[in-house]
Design a protein around this ligand. Structure first.
Ligand SMILES: Nc1ncnc2c1ncn2[C@@H]1O[C@H](COP(=O)(O)OP(=O)(O)OP(=O)(O)O)[C@@H](O)[C@H]1O
Ligand SMILES: [Mg+2]
Ligand SMILES: [Zn+2]
Ligand SMILES: [Zn+2]
Length: 680
């Protein structure tokens, strides 16, 4: 087999042929008969596209929400994804739905509105890319018409890739569709809107005249139907309009322009063949047009935009109004929107837009995903990102977005944790709901993910001495950037953001202290021993029996000091100890009855934590972490420290550099703690 043949084996000619389907008008009517949905409107197609990825219902704080996997990562190898915005995306998809049903939304400009860097552009980009992909699938297929057999002239494809059914004159279109006897496709009915574009209309009339009014001659002899694949690159069905400064803006960019070379050929500037119907509105027909920074649009364009949305019509220079069918979606950021709020211009637009607020993420675990996607270890070869680096940056970003809780006893950090689904004694799902409700503008202000992304990038390219960046490096970067942050307009706000970095630093201390403690006590055998010992003792205690001493074989009273030493670690009081011990024993008994796996040292979270802390306390002195601070570790201590370091590396994701750093850091915290104890 030749190499060409081998490679050819990988290339599926059938796929190509399907995507490039060409047929007669009769063939097309047959296709429509079999699957009427190929004639869907742009809104219907976009809505079906989103649903084609499925939908997942779930309960969040007692509310039923829908997640649309369409917006997830890695669909069709895309690089973008939207995290943590299920509620705004639900609103957006509902709008697509009502526009697909033609409840009126299809006559509006969809306006994504939010603070800078809240993923507005990303959402639109996903929709555009999604539509390109969808148009390649069998269920997303769509078709257009080409004028052919033109006596020596080149074939003329419809410049606006119109739906071929528009060739059926609108007076008879509805009854024509009825006589086609369509195979049913749910309760779908073919939309019968719109007239041919100026160029097609010109060709149609010309040929109709030639055949003395015989419509069938025109469509049989001169119409070819072909499948189209939507593509921004090829300017088919996907358009983007970006405002420039006023002098350079020109309505031809939206609705097309005269082609002077062709005027010479066709002899008249009113011949539609001498006009390029290639404005963004023209080429985006059947798909989506995106208006970047729509509020910066010059007033001269406003009317084009308004009639495009309201009437689905555009007005190319020198030609009659032309029907279009496309999703019009614009975005604007909050500062821009505010600036124009009292403006007349805005008034006209506001009336014809539906605004969808796209806020920042307020759920920590979702915010972290943004940075994990950008800065996954694969994306930054050669540099290690220490554990909790992205997490602490995300934590700060979310904190800057939260409104101070009205309840005095709740800190901002606790609120963040509640939003993240963590349990906090005294707070229920209802209180979380309440918190969300009292914070009206939450997520519309604060630090943008873009700022954080930039600072993490800075940290990565800066002099990261030993190939590892840690939370402190990034937090310092975040802090120093505040001085020049263009969107912070008061010193007060700057000071507040700084203060929040302090909150995050403190929380990071807690996190690593815990982690090092766990690494030190990650000695399963030792934990199991303490566990066994503890259980033997509380069993004897609750049953008023004695315990057999493993060394002497003697029966002794339960070891109260040992039990208390463990229980105190998790704040069990003297008066509460009986309950706790009984609870644990009942728990163990219940598992036997229910035939569940046996109760182990880590089965109960509270007990696990208590055991780890006890073991840590026992070991702390033998390991002498603080010797790291003084710099005089003897060989034995050093060996033990090395064991802990190895565990940090194998179980907690540290590298040599950050494991050493974090041990030193925690040692210094403990050293501080020890001296504090002495001072007391
Ligand atoms: N909810 C989110 N999910 C995933 N990525 C996000 C989210 N919010 C912001 N980002 C990321 O933040 C960056 C900025 O997003 P994008 O450019 O879409 O924002 P924007 O709202 O269009 O901003 P602007 O108002 O400045 O135009 C992107 O890298 C984007 O991936
Ligand atoms: Mg943007
Ligand atoms: Zn046309
Ligand atoms: Zn590291």
């Amino acid at each position: 087999m030749s190499l060409i043949e081998k490679i050819a084996g990988l290339h599926d000619a059938k796929v190509f042929q399907n995507l490039h389907w060409v047929g007669s008008f009769e063939d097309y009517l047959q296709l429509v008969k079999e699957s009427p949905k190929i004639t869907r409107t742009a809104f219907q197609r976009v809505y079906d596209m989103v649903l084609s990825y499925g939908k997942e219902e779930y309960i969040d704080n007692k509310k039923t929400l829908v997640h649309y996997p369409f917006f997830d990562d890695l669909q069709h190898g895309r690089t973008d994804a939207i995290f943590g915005l299920d509620i705004p995306l639900m609103r957006l998809v509902n709008l697509f739905n009502s526009a697909a049903m033609r409840y009126g939304t299809e006559k509006r400009v969809l306006l994504l509105h939010g603070p800078v860097g809240s993923a507005k552009s990303t959402i639109v980009r996903l929709l555009k890319q999604g539509l390109e992909e969808y148009s390649k699938t069998p269920s997303g297929a769509l078709y257009t018409l080409v004028w052919t057999n033109l006596e020596g002239e080149e074939d003329l494809p419809c410049p606006m890739h119109e739906e071929p059914l528009r060739l059926i004159p609108s007076e008879i279109r509805a009854s024509a569709i009825k006589t086609m006897d369509l195979e049913t496709d749910g309760d779908f009915s073919i939309p019968v809107e719109g007239e041919l574009c100026p160029m097609c209309r010109f060709m149609f009339m010309k040929l109709l005249e030639k055949y003395d009014g015989h419509w069938e001659e025109v469509v049989k002899k001169h119409i070819q139907v072909k499948r189209i694949i939507l593509s921004e690159q090829d300017r088919i069905g996907i358009g983007t309009f970006q405002p420039k400064d006023e002098k350079n803006q020109d309505s031809t960019e939206l609705t097309g322009d005269l082609n002077y070379r062709k005027i010479a050929i066709y002899g008249s500037d009113s011949d539609p063949r001498a006009f390029n119907f290639d404005g963004e509105f023209n080429i985006a027909n059947r798909g989506i047009i995106e208006f970047i920074e729509v509020l910066k649009l010059d007033v001269a364009f406003l009317y084009d935009l308004l009639s495009a949305s309201q009437e689905h019509k555009i007005k190319p220079k020198k030609f009659p109004q032309t029907d279009i069918d496309e999703v019009i979606i614009g975005h604007t950021n909050e500062p821009e929107y505010k600036k124009l709020q009292s403006n007349d211009y805005m008034e006209a637009l506001r009336d014809r837009t539906v605004k969808v607020d796209i806020p920042y993420i307020t759920k920590l675990s979702e915010e972290i995903k943004i940075y994990q996607k950008d800065f996954s270890q694969d994306n930054v070869p050669g540099i290690h990102i220490a554990p909790h680096t992205l997490e602490t940056a995300a934590m700060w970003a979310v904190l800057t977005r939260l409104e101070e809780p009205k309840k005095a006893q709740l800190t901002l950090l606790q609120k963040l944790k509640l939003y993240d689904g963590k349990l906090l004694t005294g707070f229920t799902e209802d209180s979380v709901k309440e918190l969300r409700k009292e914070s009206k503008r939450e997520g519309m202000e604060g630090i943008s993910p873009r700022y954080v992304q930039d600072k993490i990038s800075n940290a990565l390219v800066a002099d990261h001495a030993q190939g590892c960046i840690n939370p402190f490096v990034v937090m310092n970067e975040l802090e120093s950037g505040l001085k020049h942050h263009s969107l912070i307009n008061s010193d007060e706000q700057r000071a507040q953001y700084k203060e929040l970095l302090g909150v995050v630093r403190q929380e990071y201390e807690e996190i690593v202290k815990n982690e090092v403690q766990r690494a030190i006590s990650a000695d399963e055998e030792a934990l199991e021993n303490i566990f066994k010992n503890y259980i033997d003792n509380i069993k004897a205690y609750t049953q008023k029996e004695k315990v057999k001493n493993p060394y002497t074989g003697q029966y002794e009273e339960p070891d109260e000091r040992l039990m208390r030493a463990i229980e105190e670690k998790i704040g069990i009081s003297e008066s509460g100890k009986d309950d706790f011990r009984r609870e644990i024993m009942n728990f163990i008994a219940a598992r036997v009855v229910e035939k569940k796996p046996p109760f182990k040292w880590d089965t109960n979270d509270r007990l696990r934590r208590a055991l780890e802390l006890k073991l840590f306390e026992d070991k702390k002195d033998t390991i002498r972490l603080t010797s790291l601070v003084t710099g005089v570790a003897d060989q034995e201590s050093q060996d033990k420290i090395d064991v802990v370091k190895a565990r940090l590396k194998s179980q907690f994701g540290y590298c040599e550099v950050c494991a050493t750093d974090v041990l030193n850091f925690v040692a210094s915290i403990f050293a501080r703690g020890d001296t504090e104890d002495e001072e007391k």
